[in-house]
Design a protein around this ligand. Structure first.
Ligand code: GDP
Length: 434
């Protein structure tokens, strides 16, 4: 999936446009970890194109002067995006700050689409002509508050997707990433996993982003470790910003089948760990908890169980994720990571035959009758699996409003008991039979 970034000086309306393009994407899971709050990165689509959208305006670099802020945001767009939407404000005309942004963007060969915001009605279209002077060709008039012009703008963005040849990912390769707070040991784990024969591949499926992924073959299975922020050279102004590492983590999660949430045994669970884990759950990826630095603890026979209880208690929404205790330093149990990742990835892509699926559902309903309201009972006609990664089931019923959260949960648990699904989320969608 290509990545599109919105850049522009402050107050041109970046977040408004971001929200307009992303639309009201209702999260399937409740916002347990505050992930959807102040979002700066989100999947979006236009016509038949799917892409990820970044609002660089949401990456606040603190007390730096305006010029530094503009520079950092433009750099992030240049580094992370395949196509850039350069946003300006028609009511202000071309400002010095717009020209600063433009000067930054001249440095990249990536496609840039110039948009002029706040053109709220057709009479205002004249305003766009000044913007030719920025040197990015035809300016697209839009109105974030009225939702005008976005179709033409997105057509232009989609046009540049056609010129990128998005290479097919090899279906047989299992892709995973390691996310977690700084210093939990992600880089050390990657080194421990790769050992001597470290192979670096520097292409993301045909896109131009400069991520550094690594590939390793274990017992005939290919694994690709997706690059995240902590794993590459430091030096740019924005490398240490929290929002930027979040952005990098989200991008990595998006490209992965399985996400390893790395915790630090020495420090226990922190609030930030929960947020990070929330991204993986929301993205519908397989999840494995990895408690690293296990070598640093004085252990007795209760230490591990206590840690497991803590994780289950703090990450209730990830009750299906296995937990491994490892040490990147001594390599204890590091080799078990690959087989666990493989197991989770298989569950994540598992397809259940409709006949078997419906037997399990019928049996569940027989044990625990479906809920009723005002004399009307929920009737489940049949269920079918509509997607993998994660396994997604549609249950056809007489009246979807009768499906309570708790009954849905019960059905999900029955599916887990019957089919396992260890390490993967599953989704249940209730629809009226037409
Ligand atoms: P990252 O920021 O998550 O990539 O963390 P690093 O891999 O850079 O590790 C942070 C620090 O923790 C380094 O000093 C590592 O040597 C140390 N470290 C990493 N894994 C282990 C481990 O399993 N045991 C111990 N004792 N130290 C570790």
């Amino acid at each position: 999936k290509p990545t599109v970034a919105i850049v522009g000086r402050p107050n041109v309306g970046k977040s408004t446009i971001f929200n307009r393009i992303v639309g009201e994407r209702i999260s399937i899971v409740e916002d347990v970890s505050g992930v959807t709050r102040d979002r700066i990165y989100s999947p979006a689509d236009w016509l038949n194109y799917e892409f990820n959208l970044i609002d660089t305006g949401g990456i606040d670099i603190g007390d730096e002067p305006l010029l530094e802020q503009i520079r950092a945001q433009a750099e992030i767009a240049i580094d992370e995006a395949d196509v850039i939407i350069f946003l300006t404000n028609g009511r202000d005309g071309v400002t010095d700050a717009d020209e600063q942004v433009a000067r930054m963007l001249y440095k990249t060969k990536k496609p840039i689409v110039l948009a002029v915001n706040k053109v709220d009605n057709p009479e205002m279209k004249e305003m766009i002509y000044d913007f030719y002077s920025l040197g990015f060709g035809e300016p697209y008039p839009i109105s974030g508050s009225h939702g005008l012009g976005l179709g033409d703008l997105l057509d232009a963005v989609a046009e540049s997707f056609k010129e990128m040849d998005l290479e097919e990912e090899d279906e047989d390769t299992i892709r995973f990433c390691l996310i977690g707070r700084p210093n939990v040991g992600k880089s050390s784990l990657v080194n421990a996993l790769l050992g001597e024969d470290r192979v670096i591949v520097s292409d993301i499926a045909g896109t131009t982003t400069d991520a550094i992924d690594s590939v390793k073959e274990v017992d005939g299975q290919l694994f690709k470790i997706i690059d995240t922020a902590g794993m590459r050279k430091k030096g740019k102004v924005y490398e240490n910003m929290e929002k930027y590492s979040v952005l990098r983590a989200l991008k990595a999660i998006d490209r992965s089948d399985v996400v390893l949430i790395v915790l630090n045994a020495e420090e226990g669970i922190r609030e930030q760990d929960k947020r990070v884990a929330g991204y993986a759950e929301e993205a519908g990826k397989g999840v494995l908890f990895v408690v690293n630095k296990w070598d640093t603890l004085e252990k007795d026979d209760k230490t591990m169980n206590k840690f497991i209880d803590d994780i289950r208690d703090q990450f209730r929404f990830l009750d299906y994720a296995p937990i491994l205790f490892v040490s990147a330093k001594t390599k204890q149990r590091v080799h078990t990571l690959f087989s666990n990742i493989q197991m989770i990835s298989e569950n994540h892509a598992l397809r259940i035959q409709s006949s078997v699926l419906n037997e399990v559902i019928e049996d569940a309903v027989a044990r625990n009758p479906a809920p009723a309201d005002k004399g009307k009972r929920l009737r489940i006609y049949y269920a079918t699996q509509v997607a993998v990664k994660p396994p997604t089931f549609v249950v056809f019923v007489n009246e979807p409003s009768l499906m309570h959260f708790s009954y849905e949960r019960f059905l999900q648990n029955r599916l887990r008991e019957a089919f396992g699904f260890e390490g993967t989320p599953i989704r249940l969608i209730t629809r009226a039979r037409s």
